[in-house]
Design a protein around this ligand. Structure first.
Ligand code: GDG
Length: 713
């Protein structure tokens, strides 16, 4: 089951009615033959809205098609907006061209959900769902959420940029989490895989095994890999053998460029390099032409309109400068050409100049070599395309370097046949072997392989990077209790600290250079009784009450005003606590637990409890299957931590102590946000939640490994 923004055809309304047109671009070129050969379902957008009474004309019958409809404003915000004006330039490392609009992102998220829902409507339980490209980076998260057992894979057809560029995206975490909902995430080349792993590690704090290309994502593993895409080689070769000669290639030698008109393809730079060639080496004048095919693309987007004008003017200037009565140096076709003619051009060109400024892979380079069935030509190829990493017998250039490209062109035009043949044969052999079927085969093999597991996190995993952080004389370690030191259980009274956990915490706190504090939503007296360790500091009720060694004793001043009111609120909540819900009074705060309530009975219950809590003048905060009622006095776990640090180490505490905070709960997010930059923070548990923490730990076991490391360091 394939999902991509575009279907292999785009609908158009013509005088003859609705017609199917072949969709342009590399994704369709690569996937269409695969679906044709294997069957399946393709979910996508047909490019326009049908009116009442109109239907999709019959076409391809080898596979099924499920269409998504998009309103005009969705096309504008999701497709032209977030896809083409935000993600496209950013992922091609051109951040200066990227626009960041919150409303575009919201529409993108909504449309991604719709694609996901359409997939789930059609997919059977055993189907592999294969999502494609940057337009659908959030859909996997929705699919995983609604159907957790789906086999889910993703392939990105464009580059994945370095962390330093990717993090410019205001929704970078959301996108990473979207992709990590998959079992397999594929890229064209190893460089993009590395970039992705860096982002996941640095932005999400996830655990990464570079050698085995695995990511630990909460309780799931995600595999990543490089799968350089190929083409339907034999198909192109055969077309080239059969295509009639074209008039364009008869008189002069042809340097060929074929691209969608896109600023990533480096068309102006290419024209400038060709002009430089004519300037430096007049021998090529009247003997060589640059034949540039530019297929119209995204012509509603301002940057593309601007580029079109720029190219028109540049072509005019160069032709005006070098043309003679019988020869113009540049022949520029702003339109799409039919496949047979394209194959003939590839076959007869002397040089293909494929010089994108950045390109996921670039299929034109591959199609050119497949079509070189006669006297061999030369491929001049950008190092900044994915294809530049595998097609090493090409003449590789930096497309920004106009002089270098001009020199490579000259070399290509002068190259003797023996060298041309050796280079071309090697290129052809590789593309024949690594064709699109091989690409699909290796991707699917990886998607279907059983998932290895990483050995559980052990204390040695913290060596090096955490040591490097612990550079102050003291360490203050703040730990949440439920879900962090103990597994979550049905009732808070059943939570038990394992002997191993108790041992690790005690060893840690008995070190003279280490202070351990427990920061919890439980009442202070409750947590003190549970741990019975006088050397620890305790912050109960989300930090409203704190006690610790050396006389540390704090109760928030405003609490006296709330004790009475909390009792009243507790009684009111008791009245609505039905179907297994119950109230836990904790002095100044209370918790309304609903984990025992059946899923379909929860909604009205929670709503009613929330009304009572806010009606009584308290804040209602979501916790693990519970609502917390907290006095609105601007105090939270983060402020409590700061209070402990200042009391224990003085106002200049940051000179004396390094701080670690570990928690699994929404209320710990207050601390993560508050401590950003002041501490190293760890969010424990399932990985699909956004967190302000700088790192993640998969579960209680991983927390204990961390505490063990700190105890023994
Ligand atoms: C994305 C990535 C990645 C072009 N003009 C005509 C025409 N084409 C066909 C070519 C080729 C395709 O369009 C272009 O593919 P590219 O790979 O060069 O570029 P994108 O469209 O940007 O594709 C890219 C690809 O996805 C696959 O993963 O390689 O890096 O950006 O197939 O032949 N076809 C016809 N007439 C034309 O005038 N018939």
């Amino acid at each position: 089951m394939v999902a991509s923004n575009r279907l292999p055809f785009t609908l158009q309304r013509t005088a003859r009615g609705i017609e199917r047109r072949h969709s342009p671009g590399g994704l369709v070129s690569a996937l269409e033959p695969v679906l044709r050969a294997r069957g399946g379902t393709w979910v996508g957008w047909p490019g326009m809205e049908l009116r009442a009474g109109e239907s999709i004309p019959d076409g391809e019958t080898h596979y099924d098609v499920a269409t998504i409809s998009l309103s005009e404003s969705e096309v504008s915000r999701y497709y032209h907006g977030f896809c083409n004006r935000t993600l496209w330039p950013l992922l091609h490392s051109m951040p200066g061209l990227a626009r960041f609009e919150a409303r575009d992102f919201e529409t993108y998220a909504r449309v991604n959900d719709r694609f996901a829902d359409a997939v789930l409507e059609t997919a059977g339980p055993d189907d592999l769902v294969w999502v494609h490209d940057y337009q659908l980076a959030l859909s996997p998260a929705r699919i995983r959420q609604r159907a957790p057992d789906t086999r889910l894979a993703y392939f990105l057809h464009i580059p994945f940029p370095p962390y330093d560029i990717f993090r410019l995206l205001p929704w970078d975490r959301e996108l990473l989490l979207g992709l990590l909902a998959c079992d397999l995430v594929g890229f064209h080349v190893p460089g993009y895989v590395d970039n992705f792993l860096n982002c996941v590690e640095q932005r999400l704090g996830a655990r990464v095994d570079r050698q085995r290309q695995l990511i630990e994502h909460g309780d799931r593993m995600v595999r990543v890999g490089a799968f350089p895409i190929g083409i339907e080689y034999e198909h192109f070769e055969q077309r080239a053998r059969e295509a009639p000669a074209q008039p364009e290639t008869q008189r002069e030698r042809v340097v060929l460029g074929v691209d969608r008109l896109d600023y990533t393809k480096g068309i102006p730079e290419r024209i400038s390099a060709f002009a430089r060639l004519l300037e430096r080496y007049p021998e090529h004048r009247e003997r060589v032409v640059l034949l540039q095919v530019a297929v119209p693309s995204r012509s509603q987007v301002a940057e593309y309109k601007q580029l079109k004008r720029e190219i028109d003017e540049l072509v005019g200037r160069v032709n005006g400068r070098f043309a003679t009565a019988s020869w113009s140096p540049i022949r520029y076709l702003y339109r799409s050409i039919d496949p047979t003619r394209l194959a003939a051009l590839y076959r007869d060109a002397h040089v293909a100049l494929v010089s994108p400024l950045r390109d996921g892979m670039n299929l034109v380079a591959k199609e050119f070599v497949a079509c070189q069935t006669e006297s061999p030509g030369v491929l001049v190829l950008s190092r900044l395309a994915g294809a530049g990493e595998t097609m090493r017998e090409a003449l590789l250039v930096n497309p920004y370097n106009v002089d270098e490209t001009a020199e490579a062109l000259h070399r290509a035009l002068k190259m003797d046949e023996t060298e041309r043949r050796s280079r071309m044969e090697a290129l052809r052999a590789r593309e024949l072997r690594d064709n699109v079927q091989a690409w699909v085969g290796s991707f699917l093999e990886s998607a279907e392989a059983s998932m290895p597991v990483l050995a559980p996190l052990s204390d040695t995993d913290f060596h090096g990077w955490l040591d490097a952080y612990l550079t102050r004389p003291h360490l203050a370690l703040f730990l949440d209790y439920d879900g962090t030191l103990t597994e979550l259980v049905g009732h808070p009274s059943e939570a038990r600290l394992s002997p191993a956990a108790r041992q690790a915490v005690t060893t840690c706190s008995s070190r003279p250079d280490t202070d351990v504090a427990i920061v919890t939503g439980r009442a202070l007296a409750d947590i003190q009784t549970l741990l019975k360790a006088p050397e620890l500091t305790y912050a109960g009720n989300h930090g409203l009450e704190i006690q610790g060694p050396d006389g540390l004793d704090f109760r928030h001043d405003d609490l006296v005003h709330y004790a009475q009111r909390t009792d009243t609120l507790a009684r009111a909540l008791e009245e609505v606590a039905r179907d297994g819900a119950w109230v836990e009074p904790k002095g100044p705060t209370l918790t309304f637990h609903y984990r025992a309530v059946a899923a379909d009975a929860r909604e009205p219950l929670i709503e009613r409890a929330r009304e009572l809590i806010t009606g009584a003048g308290y804040q209602a905060r979501a916790a693990h299957e519970a609502l917390e009622a907290r006095p609105p006095i601007g105090w939270d776990k983060g402020r409590a931590v700061l209070h402990v640090l200042r009391s224990r180490y003085g106002p200049a505490w940051s000179e004396r102590v390094r701080v670690l905070y570990v928690g699994d709960d929404e209320t710990d997010e207050d601390a993560f946000r508050f401590l950003a930059g002041l501490a190293m923070t760890f969010r424990v548990g399932p990985a699909h939640t956004l967190t302000a923490a700088s790192h993640r730990l998969a579960g209680v076991g991983a927390v204990l490994s961390l505490v063990d490391f700190l105890a023994r360091r």
